[in-house]
Design a protein around this ligand. Structure first.
Ligand code: GDP
Ligand code: MG
Length: 682
C-alpha cells in the first residue's frame, strides 16, 4: 500500500462532521461534484499523508448499511462495491451509541482497514461526558482518534493513524459482537451451506452474508435467487427457512428486530462503560430544549420562520445593493475604456459593439448581482449550519402534511431558493417515490437565485421605495403556488397519505465562518461560472442576432432578434409587456434565468443604471409585476429540466413540468395585469 492510489472513504451519520473532517484533511484540494452543499454527489479530495498522496471521498450521511433512501444506497454501494482501501467513520462523540451502529456493521462486514474518528469531543465535554477512547479502541479492536474537527484538533494525529493503518499488513481482529448461542449456531450452519454459493461468497464474508440472510435483507435474498441453475440455490432457501422458523419460535420475536436490538444492546453496554457522565447534564440540555420549545412552537414557529426568511431577503438587498453598485461602476468604467481603446486602435466598429453592448452590457449586467446572490447563499448556509433548518422542517411538517407534502420536502424546497438543481437532488433523501416526484415537480416554483437579478432590476426600476416588499411577495407567491399545486397534483396523480416524518433534531451549533463561507462560495461560484459560459454564449448569440442583418440598425425591430421578438410579442400582450424585447428576453431566459437580464442589457446596451431607466420607460409598474410573475413561473431553466429528467427518469413528468409551468406562468401574468387594471392599478 501507500502507492498513491489509496482511497479513504469518510462515512458516518448525517451531521457528525464528515465534511468538516474532509475539509481539514484535504484543504483546498477538492474536486466538488456538480452541485455541492447537498452531500448527495461525491466529493473528492487529495490529502497528503507523510509523503504519499491519497484520495479522500466524502460519502452521504447514513445510519446503517441497510439501504432505504437513495443517499444510503449511494454510500452503501460505494463501501461494498468500490471497496475503498480504508473506511474512516466519523462519530458524533456526544451521541456515541447511535453513531457506533454503522461502525459495528462495517466491522461485521469485515472492512479490512477501519479507523473511527471520535469527533465533537468538545460537545461531549459540555454534555458532561468523559470518553475513554483508548479503552473503547481496545474493546473494539479498531483505532479511534478523538477530534474537534472544526478547530482542527486531532487532525495531525488522525493523519498519523491513517498512514499507519494503510501500511498495516496483517488482518484486523474479527468483530467482537456475538449474538448468543442459538443465533451463532444458525450462523455457522448457514455459512457452511453458503460456501458452495460462489457468486456470493466471493464477494462478501460468509458471516456477514449469513447475518443478512437471517435478517431477511431483500437485497441479499434477491442475489441468492440469481444465477439460474445453481444447484445449491433451493437448498440454501430451505435451510434458511428452517433456521429462521426455529429461531423465531425460540425468541418469540421477529428475528430482524431481535438482531438489531442485540447490536444496540451491545453498544449501550460499551458506551456506558467507556463514556462516563461526569455530571448530570439535564440542565445543559434544557437550554437547547427551551429554545426548541419557542422555535418549534405551534403558534410561534411559523412567524419565526417567516421572520428569518424576511431578514434573509432584507440582508440580500441592503448589504448586497451597495456592493453591487460598486461593481456596476467598475464595469461601466472598464467598458468605456475598452471601447475607447479599440476605437483609438482603429478596431472594427462591430468589435466595439460586441464588447460594450454584448459583453459589458449583457454579462456585466448579470455579474453585477453576484454580491446579492452570495449573501443569499451565506444566509442559507448559516441557517443550515446552526441547526435551524431541521427545526424549520419540523415546524413546516404540519403545514406540509396538511397540504399533502412530506415533511422531508421542506429542505429541498428551501435549497430551491438558492438553486433548484441541488433542491431537486436533495429529494433523494425521500424514501417514497410518489412524495419525491411531487416535490420535484413543484420545486422550480421556489424562486432560485438566478431569478433574483430580474426582480432586483425590475423592482429597482419601478418600485424603488418598496423593492424589498415587492420581491418578498414574488417569493411568497412561489411558495404558495408550490403548496397549492402540490395539493392539486397529489389529488390528481398520487392519492394516499404521505409517510410520517421522523426527524432527529441536531443540536444547535455556532456556525463557523470558514464552513459557512466555503459553502456559500461553492454554491455561488456556480453563478460566476455560468456567467462565463452559458450566459456569455447566450449574450453573444443575442448580440449577433441584434447586430444583423447589416443596415438594419443595432437592436432595432428590423434586426433578426427584433423580427423573432415581433412574432412572439403578441402572445404576451394581454400580460402588459407585449413589446419584442421582453418577449425575446423570456425566450432566451430558458437557457438560464439570468439571461433575461443579460438579454435586456444587450438590447438596451447600457450599464445597470441606464438599463433601469430603459425598463422604467417600457414597463408600467403593473406590467413589470406581471413580468416578474412570468419569470418566476414559466419553464424551468435548461439545467433544471435536465435534472428533472434524470431524477424522475421519465420524459412524461419532465414534459409535464415544462408544460404546466408555461401555461400557469402565462395565465397568472395575464391575471395580474388584467386584474390590476380592473382595480385601477395601472
Ligand atoms: P456532515 O454533514 O456529517 O458532513 O457534518 P458537517 O461537517 O457538515 O458538520 C456539521 C456541523 O458540525 C457544522 O456546523 C460543523 O462546523 C460542526 N462541527 C464539525 N465538527 C465539530 C466539532 O468537532 N465540534 C463542534 N462543536 N462542531 C463541529
Ligand atoms: Mg456533509
Amino acid at each position: 500500500m501507500g502507492d498513491g492510489k489509496d482511497i479513504i472513504a469518510l462515512a458516518g451519520n448525517p451531521n457528525s462532521g464528515k465534511t468538516t473532517v474532509f475539509n481539514a484533511l484535504t484543504g483546498a484540494r477538492q474536486k466538488v461534484g456538480n452541485w455541492p452543499g447537498v452531500t448527495v454527489e461525491r466529493k473528492e479530495g487529495k490529502a497528503k499523508l507523510g509523503d504519499t498522496e491519497v484520495t479522500v471521498v466524502d460519502l452521504p450521511g447514513i445510519y446503517s448499511l441497510t439501504a432505504n433512501s437513495i443517499d444510503e444506497r449511494i454510500a452503501r454501494d460505494f463501501l461494498l462495491k468500490e471497496k475503498p482501501s480504508l473506511v474512516a467513520v466519523v462519530l458524533d462523540a456526544s451521541n456515541l451509541e447511535r453513531n457506533l451502529y454503522l461502525s459495528l456493521q462495517l466491522m461485521e462486514l469485515g472492512v479490512s482497514r477501519l479507523v473511527l474518528i471520535c469527533n465533537m469531543m468538545d460537545q461531549a465535554r459540555t454534555k458532561g461526558l468523559e470518553i475513554d477512547t483508548e479503552g473503547l479502541s481496545q474493546a473494539l479492536g479498531v483505532p479511534i482518534v478523538p477530534t474537534v474537527a472544526n478547530k482542527g484538533i486531532g487532525i495531525e494525529r488522525l493523519k498519523e493513524v491513517l498512514t499507519a493503518e494503510l501500511a498495516r499488513k496483517e488482518d484486523p481482529p474479527p468483530c467482537p459482537l456475538r449474538y448468543g448461542e442459538s443465533v451463532e449456531e444458525a450462523i455457522k450452519e448457514l455459512e457452511e451451506n453458503l460456501k458452495v454459493h460462489k457468486n456470493l461468497s466471493q464477494r462478501y464474508p460468509l458471516r456477514w452474508l449469513a447475518l443478512k440472510l437471517l435478517e431477511g435483507d431483500q437485497e441479499y435474498l434477491a442475489q441468492l435467487e440469481m444465477k439460474e441453475g445453481n444447484p445449491s440455490r433451493g437448498e440454501i432457501r430451505a435451510v434458511l427457512t428452517t433456521l429462521r422458523d426455529k429461531l423465531e419460535s425460540e425468541i418469540r420475536y421477529d428475528l430482524e428486530t431481535a438482531l438489531v436490538e442485540r447490536r444496540y444492546g451491545y453498544l449501550k453496554g460499551l458506551v456506558s462503560k467507556f463514556a462516563r457522565k461526569k455530571w448530570d447534564w439535564a440542565e445543559r440540555l434544557s437550554i437547547s430544549d427551551k429554545i426548541d420549545r419557542v422555535i418549534t412552537n405551534r403558534f410561534l414557529g411559523l412567524p419565526i420562520f417567516l421572520l428569518l426568511m424576511w431578514i434573509t431577503f432584507k440582508l440580500t438587498f441592503s448589504v448586497g445593493g451597495p456592493i453591487a453598485d460598486l461593481i456596476d461602476g467598475l464595469f461601466g468604467y472598464l467598458g468605456g475604456h475598452a471601447a475607447a481603446l479599440i476605437a483609438s486602435a482603429h478596431g472594427p466598429a462591430w468589435l466595439v459593439s460586441l464588447i460594450s453592448d454584448g459583453i459589458i452590457g449583457g454579462v456585466g449586467s448579470v455579474l453585477v448581482f453576484f454580491p446579492n446572490i452570495f449573501i443569499l447563499f451565506l444566509a442559507i448556509a448559516v441557517l443550515e449550519d446552526s441547526g435551524y433548518m431541521a427545526r424549520g422542517a419540523f415546524v413546516m411538517d404540519r403545514i406540509m402534511h396538511a397540504m399533502g407534502l412530506h415533511g422531508k420536502s421542506f429542505i429541498p424546497m428551501v435549497l430551491g431558493f438558492g438553486c433548484n438543481i441541488p433542491g431537486i437532488m436533495a429529494t433523494r433523501t425521500m424514501e417514497n417515490e410518489k412524495d419525491r416526484i411531487l416535490t420535484i415537480l413543484v420545486n422550480p416554483l421556489m424562486s432560485c437565485s438566478a431569478r433574483l437579478p430580474v426582480y432586483i432590476l425590475i423592482a429597482g426600476a419601478l418600485f424603488a421605495h418598496h423593492q424589498g416588499a415587492i420581491i418578498f411577495s414574488i417569493y411568497m407567491l412561489g411558495v404558495v403556488l408550490a403548496i397549492v399545486l402540490a395539493r392539486v397534483f397529489k389529488s390528481l396523480f398520487f392519492k394516499g397519505e404521505p409517510a410520517p416524518l421522523v426527524m432527529e433534531l441536531p443540536p444547535y451549533r455556532l456556525p463557523t465562518w470558514k464552513g459557512v463561507f466555503l459553502l456559500a462560495w461553492q454554491r455561488s461560484s456556480i453563478f460566476v461560472k455560468k456567467a462565463g459560459t452559458i450566459i456569455f454564449a447566450a449574450v453573444v448569440l443575442v448580440w449577433f442576432l441584434a447586430h444583423f442583418p447589416t443596415g438594419a440598425g443595432y437592436a432595432s425591430q428590423q434586426s433578426l432578434i427584433g423580427r423573432l421578438g415581433t412574432i412572439l410579442a403578441p402572445i404576451m400582450k394581454p400580460a402588459g409587456f407585449g413589446f419584442w424585447q421582453a418577449a425575446v428576453a423570456l425566450f432566451f431566459g430558458v437557457l438560464a434565468k439570468e439571461v433575461v437580464v443579460g438579454t435586456l442589457g444587450t438590447l438596451y446596451h447600457t450599464g445597470e443604471e441606464k438599463l433601469g431607466a430603459a425598463i422604467a420607460q417600457h414597463f408600467t409598474p403593473l406590467a413589470g409585476y406581471a413580468f416578474m410573475v412570468m419569470t418566476l413561473i414559466y419553464i424551468p431553466c435548461i439545467a433544471s429540466i435536465g435534472i428533472i429528467k434524470r431524477e424522475t427518469n421519465s420524459w412524461k413528468w419532465t414534459a409535464f413540468a415544462v408544460g404546466y409551468s408555461l401555461v400557469l406562468g402565462w395565465l397568472l401574468a395575464v391575471l395580474v395585469y388584467q386584474g390590476g387594471r380592473l382595480l385601477g392599478l395601472g
